[in-house]
Design a protein around this ligand. Sequence first.
Ligand code: BG6
Length: 607
Amino acid sequence: MCGIFGCVLKDGQAAPRVLAALKRLEYRGYDSCGEATVHEGRIFVRKDVGEVDAVHARLKLDELPGKIGIGHTRWATHGAPTQDNAHPHTDCTGRIAVAHNGIIENFLELREELKARGHVFKSRTDTEVVPHLIEEFMTKGLDLVKATMEAVKRLKGSFALVIVHADFDGLVCVKMESPLVLGVGRDGMYVASDVPAFLPYTNVIVPLEDGDMAVLRPDGYEVYCFATGKPVRRKPRTVDWTADMAQKEGYPHFMLKEIHEQPRSLRNTLRLDRRYLTMMADLLNTAHEAFMVACGTSYHACVAASYAMARLAKKAVHPVIASEFVENYGDFVGARTTILAVSQSGETADTLAAVEHAKERGATILGITNVLGSKLTRVARVYVCQQSGPEIGVAATKTYTAQLSVLSQLAVLMAERRGKLGHVEAEDLWEHLMAVPDVVEAVMEATEKHIISLAKRYAGTERFAFVGAGVNFATALEGRLKLLEIAYAPSIATPRLDDNIVECLGQTSVAIFVCPTSGDGRESVLSDAMKAADSGMEVVVLAHENDEEAAEVADELVALPFKPDMPEVLTPLPFIIPLQLFAYYVSVERGLNPDKPRNLAKSVTVK
Ligand code: BG6
C-alpha cells in the first residue's frame, strides 16, 4: 500500500500542496517519498528515503516550480527503500513521470521487452515499466492520453497511477483494483488514493471505478474506459467527513477499516512471484530440521501453517514461539537446518534473536514479512513480502490473514515439489486459494450484523473459551488473542474442551467453537459443543451456513457462506473473520478503544 496524489491548479504553486498531501497520506506508507512537478516544458523530480518531514528537510519539497504536481509516499513492495526506488519514476527522456500504488504482476516480462528495445532502467521497482511503456507508445506518434491507454492495456495486476508529461497541461490517472478518487476544487482538480489528501481544498469527490482513466485539466475532468477509449460518466458527490474520518474511510476505527480491507490485501498476496515461494518450499523440503519462529499473531499463522505443511506436504516444520527458541532448540540448529521467520514488522526482537542464533550456527534463514528493508529482509537468504501495506490498528488483522495466505501457498508448493499431491488435488487447492478473497468478503457481509448482536449480548460475559481442533486450533488461539488484546476478556483457547475446563469456566461463560464441514476435528468439536451446552454454558458455533448438526447444538450459529468442499487446511482464513469482528465489537461495547490496546505496541521498523 502506498499513497499517491496529484493536482492541477488554475493558479499558484502545486508543490506545497503535494507536500501537505504527502503528510496526510503518510499512514499509507512512509519508507520513502517524492514528488514531480511540470513547469515550462520540463519535469522536476525530488525524492528520497525516509519519512516526509525528513525528506523535506533535506530536499525542500515545497520549492519545486509549476501548477501541476504529483507525489507518492511509499511502502515498498518491489525493491528495497532506496532513493532510486522511490517514486515518481521517469522514462528515458525524463519528460514523463509516474507515481503508482499497487502491484504490476508482469513487470519482469515487460522490463525485459523494454530493455531489448533500448530503454534504460534506474530502479528495481515494478512501477518503472509504466513511464517507459508510455514513452514507447509516444515515440510511435500517440499523444499522452492515447499512449497511456495503450500502455495500461499491457499491465496485469493492480494499479492506481498518476502521470504527468512535460508538455501536457494537466495530468492523467488510471485505476485498476487500487483505490483512486478525484477531488473537484474551485482552484483546480485533485486526485489521490484517499480523500484526506485533498480534503482541505474540496469535499466534492468523484470515486473512480476499475478500468477508468481520467484526464484532469485546471478547470475540469473527463473519464474514459481505458479498454475501449469511450467516455464514461462518473458523478461527483459531496462528503461530510472530518480529516480523521476520511483517513479511516468513514470507519470509526482503523481496526474495523483494516478488517474490511482483507479481501484487497488477500488479493495482493495471491499476486506474489511464485519463484521465491518455490525456492522457500525447496529449502524447507530438503532441510534436515525445519522450524518456523514467530511471536504473537505471526506465531498463530505458523501454527496453522505447520498443520497444513504436515497434512499436505507430509513435512514436519515445527512452529516455535521465538522467545522459546534459542534455549530449547538452539543446540539442534546447524547447517542442515532451515528456519522460516514470520514477522509482520520484520523487527521483533525475539524473532530476530532466534534468527541470528540460527544464522551463526550455519542455518538457512527464510523470512515472511510486511516490511521490505526491515532487519529480517537483511538477514534472510530468501524472503517474501506479504503485501499488506501498513497496519495502523495495533491488533493485527489483515496482516494475519495475509500471512495465512502466503503460508498456505507455501504449503501447497511444498507438497507439489515433494510429489505428495496429485494434479487434480493441487489444482483444486489453488482454485480454492484464489477464491479466498471473495470468500472472505462474503463471510464479512454475511456475519457482521449477527456478530454485532452477539457482541451486545455477550459484552458483559466474564470468561470465554475458544475451541478449534487441527488447523483451526490456530483460529481459536488467534480469536482468543484478539479478544484478550482489545477487550481484556479472560479467555482460553483449546483444541478440546475437557470436563475440568467446563467445570472451571462455569455457567457464566461463553464457549465459541470453530466447526469446519469435514476433517478429524469436526466430531470432537461437535461433541465438546454438546458437552458445553449440557453444562449450561452459552454455545456459539461458527460453521458452514448449511451445517444442520452444528445448528442443533448451538445457542447461536454464526453461518459462513464458504464452499462446503473448501479443503480444511484453508478454512482458518474464513473462520478468523467473525472472531476478529467479535473482538472488535465487544471492545466497542465495553467502551474501549480497539485501536489503542493498553498493553500492546507494534514493533516499528528501525530506519
Ligand atoms: C508482539 C505483539 O510484540 O509481536 C503482537 O504484541 C505481534 O501483537 C507480535 O503479533 C509479532 O509481531 P511481528 O511484527 O513480529 O509479526
